[in-house]
Ligand binder design. Sequence first.
Ligand code: SF4
Length: 226
Amino acid sequence: MSARRSAAELSRAIVSCRACPRLVAYREGVKPRASYASQPYWRKPVPGFGDLDGKLLVLGLAPASHGAERTGRIFTGDASSRFLVAALYSAGFANQPVSESRDDGLVYRGCYITAAVKCVPPGDKPTKEEFANCSPFLDAEVSLMPNLEGVLALGSLAFKAYVAHLARAGADVRGMVFGHGATYRIDGQPVVYACYHPSPRNTNTGKLTMPMLVGLLKRIRRDLRI
Ligand code: SF4
């Protein structure tokens, strides 16, 4: 089976998953915002998107209620997405600074973006069991990236989920602690970079600025020779 075929099959398996009853009920019950009332919401798990041949994996926590869980594409259609994709564009990882819908023409170059948990969780807080249920999908996505050399974890929970992935792979993860800009080089594994999540909570308060995120992405490009 080719890697591309595997990717399509994985995507289908993700989109049809109903393993977490609480998240299935929540994603199917999200009340549309008035401004999106005329649009159908996706209401299904959201698979990753981008360049599986890339060297960089960007890992978020989970789809947002009115972003990816509405549009059906990860980091699409909300404020966090706009901030992240504008930064990816500035750093040369995207063909455009816009991420609004699945047919907006966005193409990532050299990076693939996914979330540790593929369904929107209430309060952005998946349970331990939900992280565990979804972890085989993350493991499978990582296995489909033959050139993977770096992972950028957005926020402490995504970072923790990736550390758990490394632990499942047998890596020594002792001492790995989240901090913006923290970088971990572990034998036989991609370099891990930690970054504050580009949520309005962080970007509106200046905790994460555009120069900070673009600067980190450009450092990754240099490190990985992308
Ligand atoms: S979070 Fe993951 S494992 Fe749980 S229902 Fe969604 S896709 Fe399935």
